[in-house]
Design a protein around this ligand. Structure first.
Ligand SMILES: [Zn+2]
Length: 296
């Protein structure tokens, strides 16, 4: 791991939503946390639209997401990056993996997985025609461990839990793990602040960073906002889009969920004053890392 000078303006953070629907409160919390972590360090904050899974995308979602960020006063640096424009970089990364014999073509359906783990069925098959086949990357039995700023030490043996995993899908789309590590490297992202649902994906991303010779950023996985019944708020479970009638109220609710203790006087302030207070007073160590409902 490369150490990062946390005080310098080389800090780059990012928010990377997929355009499967408008932002719900849980995704706003993730945006606010990554924004404040970057801005409180004088760093850059970029926005990336993860639009590499067209079957799951919703027309108009990208513009709705960007409009929400804008209305919340979460200003990003530079142009928005679109994963759909990055295919050449993903292909280059895939070719690097292929040329080091770390990949193989797979024809297995999901039914071949054993308790969610790929058992290596096609690993040693010699396949010349890749049409209609997924590409998996080989894993070995080593543990991948990292220290998460909020979740502490996390370790996973990918071979035991997941097995060789997909980097390019049979339908021709690049897998999320490959795309995300290529993009984070291209943008020089130094720390990834994102939802806890991605914690168990992180070892695969570190594995790919290692294979591709990319720097591993720091990670901070923030708690998820759960529904009152304890499930994750998500676009898939039809979580309501946030009501932007009052962007101030949404920001304060996000700060409360993140345990930043916004003072009552802040409720009378303008949106920009709330953002300024939040940047000046941001303390990631105060965030309780456990997912929970809000309000509870
Ligand atoms: Zn297979």
């Amino acid at each position: 791991m490369v150490s990062i000078d946390r005080s310098s303006s080389r800090y780059v953070g990012r928010f990377a939503p997929s355009p499967t629907g408008p932002l719900h409160f849980g995704s706003v919390v993730a945006a606010v946390a990554s924004y404040l972590q970057a801005r409180s360090r004088g760093g850059r904050w970029i926005v990336r639209i993860e639009d590499i899974d067209p079957p799951r995308e919703e027309p108009g979602a990208t513009s709705a997401i960007l409009k929400t960020l804008d209305e919340l006063g979460l200003e990003w640096d530079g142009a928005v990056r679109y994963q759909s424009h990055m295919s050449a970089s993903y292909e280059y990364a895939l070719e690097r993996l292929q040329s080091s014999h770390m990949t193989f073509a797979c024809t297995c359906s999901r039914k071949k997985l054993v308790r969610g783990r790929y058992p290596g069925t096609c690993r040693d098959a010699i396949t010349k025609d890749l049409t209609g086949k997924s590409i998996r990357v080989k894993v070995d039995g080593s543990e991948i461990a990292f220290n998460d700023l909020l979740q502490g030490h996390y370790s996973q043996n990918i071979e035991e839990i997941i097995g060789d995993y997909i980097v390019k899908r049979a339908d021709g789309f690049y897998a999320y793990h490959l795309a995300v590590v290529v993009d984070d490297a291209a943008d020089g992202v130094s720390e990834i602040v994102r939802g806890l649902d991605l914690l168990s994906s992180t070892p695969r991303q570190i594995h790919l960073q290692n294979l591709l010779g990319l720097t591993t950023p720091s990670y901070a996985h923030i708690p998820l906002v759960l529904s009152q019944s304890g499930t994750k708020l998500s676009k898939q479970t039809a979580a309501p889009a946030i009501d932007l009638a009052s962007s101030c109220a949404v920001l304060i609710r996000a700060l409360e969920f993140l345990q930043q203790a916004p003072p009552p006087s802040l409720y009378q302030q303008t949106r920009n004053e709330i953002i300024q207070w939040a940047i000046s007073n941001w303390n990631i160590a105060a965030v309780n890392g456990i997912s929970r409902a809000y309000p509870n």
